[in-house]
Design a protein around this ligand. Structure first.
Ligand code: KIV
Ligand code: ZN
Length: 539
């Protein structure tokens, strides 16, 4: 990139850990955020929006640790979100201080509807606050991003004025959010074109876009924005985020990759150029998708583009025949290009600890000695039941070990008896946070119901199970089963994940995982929401 402000490629700004984590139930703890951040760095994203540091001490710590451990010299830029207030900006600056390349992203709404009902401010006040807060952020870091929230519904003439002032005050990226997912591709493209043509100092900043998927148009809007001058895309893995989510990173990256001949001229390149349009290592996409799905409990729909279970499955006879004759008849991209076929059989019953550790390292898992010991025991148990262990099995085990939801309640033992002529009965033994070991039993409509009722008799926190799903990690009757659940407590949603060859054990683990998140959250208190919670201080 010769001129960093006018790049000839697309900058990928990942906001899985900020906007993605704002999805109900997707809450992650510090260790989980760190493992996602490490994987995002391996994926090759340019910027990681690591969180909203002012939200809570936990959010601050997560941003700070990501800045320290992932924001290294040749690593990605680490960004923290801040509303346009001094307190938010100071807190973000402190959390980002350890990063080699820190960025503060500050925002204030510009649509009349937000001004009147949310901010209760005039246009003139916003015109004053935006540059003042950009300049304040600039006093801490060189790299400042400014967003006019709800730009998609803002008066363009007013938007141009706000942006001009923000750039004059030092913003090096101006981000245009379609906060409520309202615009259509041609409108969004025209909005970006209008900004390029009407903001006099626009050549001093990179144009970025941010958008929500309420009408299913976020990715299409972004691609139109690229054609009209946007050079940074704000997106999330699996498209998770507020409401219908954000633009999906994997869809944008693969669209730009597969159709690069179409997009090349918009970036001033010859159409036939093979040079990648992003820095993303596409072979890491599938793995990143699985990690985010497992840790957030946000399942990927089977027909989801790029990373859904059916995205590369050729079910119908006609398609299979075509694909066998020549792949390109029905395939526009190779499963290998997203890392989907990298599922080789790697280890077996006789593999030792060293081979196990080495393969996990190659897969990008840096486990502590204690985690490695536990993971190795689980690997041996699995290898006894299943002859051939694949990378996906190893990932399922390692992901489970790095989940690190503190085991305040720990499952010691679970046993069920069930069948078509028996009443499902479960006995569980749990360790409580006070160190007691308690055993209880219950009868249920089926084995999972019986196990959950028995656990409820020990962990007395009222909740409602709202989602339960089982998926197998690999094909075959001996495969590991992964259970993902979501439960609701007082309007807050918590997810849980468990993996085991016995799906009843996996179900019990998933429930304990969600209960531990719930219990931990009750102790930690609530995080502030950057867009919905009241500002505690004006500027
Ligand atoms: O959707 C939105 O407007 C946001 C901003 C904070 C950039 O997430
Ligand atoms: Zn958003």
């Amino acid at each position: 990139m010769n001129n960093p402000l006018q790049p000839d490629r697309i900058i990928i700004f990942d906001t899985t850990l900020r906007d993605g984590e704002q999805s109900p139930g997707a809450t992650l703890n510090v260790e989980e955020k760190l493992s996602i951040a490490r994987q995002l760095a391996r994926l090759g994203v340019d910027v990681i929006e690591a969180g909203f540091p002012f939200a809570s001490p936990g959010d601050f710590e997560a941003v700070q640790k990501i800045a320290q451990q992932v924001g290294v010299e040749h690593g990605p830029t680490i960004c923290g979100l801040a509303r346009a207030t001094r307190q938010d900006i100071e807190t973000a600056a402190k959390a980002l201080a350890p990063a080699a390349k820190p960025r503060i992203h500050t925002f204030i709404a510009t649509s009349d509807i937000h001004l009147e009902y949310k901010l209760k401010k005039t246009r003139q006040e916003v015109l004053d606050i935006a540059p003042e807060m950009v300049a304040y952020a600039k006093s801490f870091v060189e790299d400042v991003e400014f967003s006019p929230e709800d730009a998609g519904r803002s008066d363009p003439e007013f938007l141009y004025q706000v942006l001009e002032r923000a750039i004059a005050a030092g913003a090096t990226t101006i981000n245009i959010p379609d906060t409520v997912g309202y615009t259509t591709p041609s409108e969004f493209g025209a909005l970006i074109r209008g900004i390029k043509d009407n903001v006099p100092n626009i050549d001093q900043a990179i144009i970025s876009v941010h958008g929500h998927n309420d009408l299913g148009l976020a990715v299409a809007n972004f691609l139109e924005a690229v054609k009209n001058g946007a050079r940074q895309l704000e997106c999330t893995i699996n498209g998770i985020g507020e409401r219908a989510g954000n633009a999906a990173l994997e869809e944008l990256v693969m669209a730009l990759h597969v159709r690069r001949q179409y997009f090349n001229p918009f970036l001033g390149r010859p159409p036939e150029s093979e040079a990648p349009l992003t820095n993303i290592d596409t072979r890491q996409l599938y793995k990143t998708s699985r990690l985010v799905s497992n840790l957030t409990g946000m399942l990927v729909q089977p027909n989801k583009a790029i990373v859904g279970a059916n995205a590369f499955a050729h079910e119908s006879g006609i398609h299979q025949d075509g694909v066998l004759k020549h792949k390109l008849t029905y395939e526009i991209m190779d499963a290998q290009s997203i890392g989907l076929n990298d599922n080789q059989i790697v280890l077996g019953k006789h593999s030792g600890r060293n081979a196990f550790r080495t393969r996990l390292k190659e897969l990008g898992f840096e486990l502590s000695d204690q985690e490695l010991n536990r993971a190795f025991l689980r690997f041996k148990e699995l290898a006894d039941k299943k002859k051939e262990i694949t990378d996906w099995d190893l990932e399922a085990i390692a992901n489970d070990e790095v989940q690190q939801v503190p085991e305040l309640f720990r499952l010691e033992h679970v046993q069920v008896s069930c069948g078509d002529h028996a009443r499902a009965t479960a006995t569980v033994t749990l360790h409580t946070p006070t160190g007691e070991e308690l055993t209880d039993a219950a009868i249920g409509t089926g084995p999972v119901d019986a196990v959950y009722k028995a656990i409820n008799r020990v962990v007395d926190i009222p909740n409602q199970l709202i989602e339960f799903s089982v998926q197998s990690v690999t094909a075959g009757i001996d495969a590991i089963g992964e259970v993902t659940i979501r439960l609701k407590h007082d309007d807050r949603i918590f997810s849980g994940h468990g993996a085991h060859t016995d799906i009843i054990v996996a179900s019990a683990q998933a429930y304990m995982n969600a209960l531990n998140r719930l219990y931990g959250a009750l102790q930690a208190g609530k995080s502030l929401h950057p867009q919905h919670d009241e500002m505690t201080q004006l500027v």
